[in-house]
Write a new protein. Sequence first.
Length: 267
Amino acid sequence: MSLRNISTKKDSIKISDEIDKQRIPEHVAIIMDGNGRWATKKGLPRSVGHHKGVSVLKEIIKVSKKIGCKVLTVYAFSTENWTRPQKEVDFLINLFEKVLKKEIDDIHQESIKIKFIGELSPFSKALKSIINISEALTKNNNNFTLNICINYGGRQEIVKVAKQISQKTFSGEIKPSDVNEQLINSELLTQGLKDPELVIRTGGEKRISNFLLWQLAYSEIYISEVFWPDFDEFEFCKAIIDYQSRNRRFGGIESLTEESFKDSSCS
């Protein structure tokens, strides 16, 4: 089905049936953007948008599992978000703690492994405690993995990896010639996970905002104009169908024979 034929919400019941179950992206990453703008547009406090965003995340987790995705990584709080008004920062951190306490048992019952990616040291003792409890409780779950990036920045992650590798080189544990992509992958916060095949950004902005800079090297990018609080199963399935319409070549050329190369080079 063409995306032009599924542009209305009335098709939302049918749209998931149009997804090719043999070509589901194993790992989807989402930049959940637009909570504040959604609320402001409606004349509501930005906090209302963040609350609504939590319920949307719960829905997208269910949809991801239903269609066959294995890993969902979401950008919840970046290293740059500390520059927001202190009142909003405090609200977001308290929201993380409250939601995690409320939802962790259900997450575990759904056999979801939850992992928090980022520098957690600045957070309160209470939040770090519930994060540790949640990760320990769900570590053996293998149905689905939910990665939540908080106080995360892609550049900061790469700097951290560079320092770790430098220390290993200095101590003689490895040689400079040992440094390659595989070694770097093994030091990343996402170690052991396949890179995202698809990254979705809601809210219409066309940038990746310091998100998984190494891991997104060959990810397909889908920009949704919909603010995160309005993102739903219909919009998520549209992104999956768009992804399935693309030809992923990873820098190569599909089915190019020597003769066709000669012809194209002379044109």
